[in-house]
Design a protein around this ligand. Structure first.
Ligand SMILES: [Fe+2]
Length: 302
């Protein structure tokens, strides 16, 4: 299949920087193609197609992650000014393969409605199940933001107080497969922790989710920060692995106009308007596929 330019000519993460051993060749997949990559002793990344010609791929290291493009990325990399703040800790929190479209993984990351059900005792708990109104906007250079998000969290961070607190969130979608979460940081009034979800589309129905933490936390050891985030993502894994269909539905039948889904709907419309097709599903394009009876859209986890 031919992959549309908006997906093909894009940078994708293949690894968190600290997980790569210098001078070792790694194999992976990107958009259905086998590729290999390696870092030299100085940390410089190179990547190539796993074919007879070993066709070179564009490769760079940015934001504590290694990125590869199969195409010709034309515009600038997304901005992440927090990465340059000297008092932030940057560390990876794992790279996990998931049997679902990478777009679904991003959509799940943007969804607060599942917190009390999937992350009970951490990011939510019953009876605090309401998603309060928040503001969705498209902001330069064409990114989606959800601002003024709040949710009661029993333990929203490794250092969160025992009695729970109202966490403040800002969600940002910078690229179809890149989302960032800005989250109130215990002990900091004005600044927020940042969690980056960088998704590598292995195929249309498999992805690898790479997580970057940019934390203001000065006390929790790296292992504690990683364990907390991996615990949260482990809870999402079961949910994501059971998504039907595996691809992202860009089909009005799946949209339920309730407030909690405002970000999800904005993301789907944004993907559609940008012409993203890879990893998506439309009823008209797949007439043999039955309607997924009993399917619950993201944000309606019961
Ligand atoms: Fe989740």
């Amino acid at each position: 299949m031919t992959v549309e330019s908006v997906v093909w000519d894009e940078w994708y993460p293949v690894a968190i920087a600290e997980d790569v051993t210098p001078c070792k060749v790694y194999k992976t997949r990107l958009l259905g193609h086998s590729i290999e990559y390696a870092c030299d002793a100085a940390g410089r990344l190179t990547a190539w197609r796993d074919n007879a010609e070993r066709t070179p791929c564009r490769a760079l290291t940015r934001y504590h992650a290694h990125w590869v493009s199969l195409g010709e990325p034309s515009d600038g990399f997304f901005a992440l000014p927090e990465f340059d703040e000297p008092d932030r800790r940057a560390l990876g929190a794992g790279s996990m393969a998931v049997h679902v479209s990478g777009l679904r993984a991003i959509e799940n990351f943007l969804d607060m409605a599942h917190f009390p059900y999937v992350h009970d005792g951490y990011l939510g708990s019953e009876p605090y199940t309401d998603v309060l109104p928040y503001d969705v906007s498209i902001e330069p250079p064409g990114e989606i933001f959800a601002r003024n998000c709040r949710f009661f969290q029993p333990k929203g961070a490794p250092t969160a107080a025992e009695e729970g607190h109202d966490a403040q969130y800002v969600y940002r979608v910078a690229r179809p497969f890149v989302a960032l979460l800005y989250k109130s940081s215990p002990g900091h009034q004005e600044r927020m922790d940042v969690i980056g979800l960088f998704v590598q589309p292995l195929t249309e129905e498999w992805c690898k989710a790479h997580t970057l933490l940019l934390y203001l936390d000065e006390t929790t050891p790296d292992s504690g920060l990683r364990l907390f985030q991996q615990t949260i993502f482990g809870q999402d894994l079961m949910l994501l692995s059971n998504e039907i269909p595996k691809k992202m539905p860009l089909d009005s039948r799946f949209e339920i106009p309730v407030r909690a889904d405002a970000m999800s709907m904005a993301y789907r419309r944004w993907l559609d308007q940008r012409g993203v097709r890879y990893g998506t599903y439309r009823e008209l394009e797949s007439p043999a596929m039955p309607a997924p009876a009993g399917h619950l859209p993201t944000g309606e986890i019961a």
